[in-house]
Design a protein around this ligand. Structure first.
Ligand SMILES: NC(=O)c1ccc[n+]([C@@H]2O[C@H](COP(=O)([O-])OP(=O)(O)OC[C@H]3O[C@@H](n4cnc5c(N)ncnc54)[C@H](OP(=O)(O)O)[C@@H]3O)[C@@H](O)[C@H]2O)c1
Length: 280
């Protein structure tokens, strides 16, 4: 990874922060992006690099982030769409979208769009942090915001992670035209603070010592992200979904994914619907 420019979102904590540290040790030019100023800049100071801050609940922040990255980096070799959250109560952002969907999927989609030309000329590799939770998700093109359906943390999170997987696969399918490769992965069930705003079973899992006792530590989850970002055969894994084993936490390539996650037409429809939602 020596000399490669690697942009990692969600780098202020959890698996993103671990991956940023590991890749910096491997000689990569790591670009951490976080929401919290204090933590993102503290990590940047530790690594001696420049960092960027954006709240994905505000699409104006994503646009500003894209401009800053374009102004600063003539080449982006690797991009990790890793920022993510779970929201306990249905919340609509100032941009008019369900919060979890915006942070986990719409904002990365917008960033990808705004960076497209730079990623394309860089022949970049993109990694999307999806989740095993995608198995419980469904894409409702006519109700992405939970206007008609009953909201729960689990449903919103699962839907967003399914959208992430379809997003990665659609980027991958465009690879012959764009030169950008992409893969998605589940990093393992890792004891991070991802569930701090969750409700229900996900809150119990992530926010109690009992739930966390069954999770892998952040070094392991971060190591899986590093493995995805530094994979030696980026063309070979284009479009693949990797999943960390529930038992060993070892990454399994070509992992099984849900029926909707393999639906090429659904991926294309979601892509078009997302462009229309974001006015692209
Ligand atoms: N932990 C697991 O078991 C697990 C399993 C499957 C998938 N994942 C996925 O792994 C990724 C990393 O999560 P993690 O487990 O490492 O949790 P984490 O420690 O909570 O890290 C999440 C990262 O996302 C950022 N983020 C959250 N809300 C944001 C917003 N509104 N705008 C911009 N950035 C925001 C956080 O920034 P701040 O801290 O600065 O707010 C943080 O850097 C997420 O996509 C998550 O869904 C995790």
């Amino acid at each position: 990874m020596t000399g490669k420019t690697v942009v990692i979102t969600g780098a202020s904590s959890g698996i993103g922060a671990i991956a940023a540290r590991q890749l910096a040790r491997q000689g990569a030019r790591v670009v951490p992006v976080g929401r919290s100023q204090n933590e993102t800049f503290a990590l940047a100071r530790e690594l001696g690099v420049e960092a960027f801050v954006a709240d994905y609940a505000r699409l104006d922040d994503v646009k500003a982030l894209a401009n800053q990255l374009l102004d600063t980096f003539p080449k982006i070799d690797v991009l990790a769409h890793n920022a993510g959250t779970m929201m306990g109560k249905r919340t609509i952002t100032e941009d008019g979208h369900e919060y979890t969907l915006q942070v986990n999927y719409l904002a990365p989609f917008l960033l990808q769009h705004l960076l497209h030309d730079r990623l394309s000329t860089s022949k970049a590799h993109v990694v999307v942090t999806s989740s095993l939770a995608h198995w419980f998700g469904g894409i409702h093109l006519d109700d992405l915001n939970f206007d008609k359906r009953r909201y729960s943390t689990q449903a919103a999170y699962a839907d967003s992670k399914l959208a992430d997987l379809l997003f990665a696969r659609e980027i991958a399918s465009q690879s012959p035209q764009t030169g950008i490769t992409a893969a998605a992965f589940h990093p393992g069930v890792v004891a991070t603070r991802v569930g701090r705003d969750a409700a229900g079973v996900l809150s119990v899992s992530y926010n109690t010592s009992m739930g966390r006792a069954f999770m892998f530590n952040q070094e392991k989850g971060g190591g899986n992200l590093v493995a995805m970002l530094s994979h030696e055969n980026q063309n070979g894994i284009n479009g693949q979904y990797f999943s960390a084993s529930l038992i060993s936490n070892r990454l399994i390539s070509n992992a099984r994914s849900s029926k909707q996650a393999r639906d090429i037409e659904l991926g294309q429809n979601l892509w078009q619907r997302t462009e229309s939602i974001l006015g692209l």
